[in-house]
Design a binder for this molecule. Structure first.
Ligand SMILES: [Zn+2]
Length: 299
């Protein structure tokens, strides 16, 4: 039976969090690329050289130096093979959250398949890091209009927030209908409630322009990233920075793919670390669950 679309209620955090931004990492390997034929076969994955542990440890060192707590959306497939990495992230005080198990696009999954994928990832993460996983981010921000059932599944599983909506046009993913790029409460028709921390966009000439993560962050100049983040912050909206370990790994195996994906995947790999350092110096960042604490207080 089709259910009605949930209601999205914009929320602003407490005044103490004005100008504070949100730092997130999607922890997966260089070959976890959606919709790329040459790395689609999961039975090949265990045979590929893994860079995720080394590069994530390097991110952890950087965050330690800056004294910043971030959210790590960890792929279940990675957590299953590198439990020690999950423990290390948790031990250094960061928030552990789910990026699903097998890096499947949500809009390609049935509700039952999504439930199984999410449950499997939560079982692994809870086993390694203990209970208390609150958040989920879909691979490639793939909760699109029509996939709102995914929020119901998350709420049924006891999650408190989602960070999967990308309020701009996008190859995979993209969601229409949010009032702004700030946090929202998602009120479902059955009475359940979830919070949403969408990807950041700025409005330029009537268009929603992403800037704060992945290929956008690698492409744009660092000073512009700081400027746009501050501009959002003045509107009471945090910049949500998202990066993968591979975003900061210039020397990684190159995967065969169409030219536009190649550009998006590999532009600016050598500059991302310096840009992240600049952002960490210039702006204040916190983890998703800490930002939500401030949102709850404002409700
Ligand atoms: Zn991913």
């Amino acid at each position: 039976m089709a259910k009605s679309r949930p209601e999205f209620i914009p929320i602003k955090a407490l005044p103490e969090l004005a100008g504070v931004h949100v730092l997130t990492f999607d922890i997966e390997d260089w070959f976890h690329l959606c919709e790329i034929k040459s790395v689609r076969n999961k039975t090949d994955w265990p045979g590929l050289t893994s860079l995720v542990v080394r590069e994530t440890l390097s991110i952890l060192e950087l965050l330690d130096r800056h004294g910043v707590r971030a959210t790590f959306f960890i792929l279940g497939w990675v957590a299953e093979r590198h439990a020690e990495l999950v423990r290390e992230i948790a031990m250094r005080g960061h928030e552990i959250a789910s990026h699903g198990y097998a890096h499947e696009l949500v809009y390609r999954m049935s509700r039952a398949d999504f439930r199984d994928d999410l449950q499997r990832s939560l079982d692994i993460l809870c086993d390694v890091a203990g209970n208390g996983i609150k958040g989920y981010r879909a691979p490639s921000f793939s909760i699109t209009n029509g996939c709102e059932w995914a929020f119901e599944v998350m709420a049924e599983m006891g999650l408190e927030y989602d960070a999967s909506l990308f309020p701009a046009a996008r190859g995979e993913g993209g969601y229409r209908g949010l009032e702004n790029a700030g946090a929202h409460a998602i009120q479902m028709s059955g009475g359940e409630r979830l919070f949403e921390i969408p990807m950041s966009v700025v409005r330029v000439a009537g268009l929603s322009i992403p800037f704060s993560g992945g290929g956008y962050l690698r492409l744009l100049p660092g000073n512009l990233l700081v400027y746009l983040s501050r501009r959002l912050g003045r509107q009471g909206i945090p910049a949500v920075v998202y990066l993968h370990p591979r975003d900061m790994t210039p020397h990684q195996p190159r995967v065969s793919m169409p030219w536009h994906r190649r550009f998006r995947s590999y532009v600016g790999l050598g500059s991302a670390r310096a840009k992240l350092e600049l952002l960490l110096r210039e702006l204040r960042f916190i983890a998703c669950e800490d930002y939500l604490w401030g949102c709850r207080g404002a409700l």
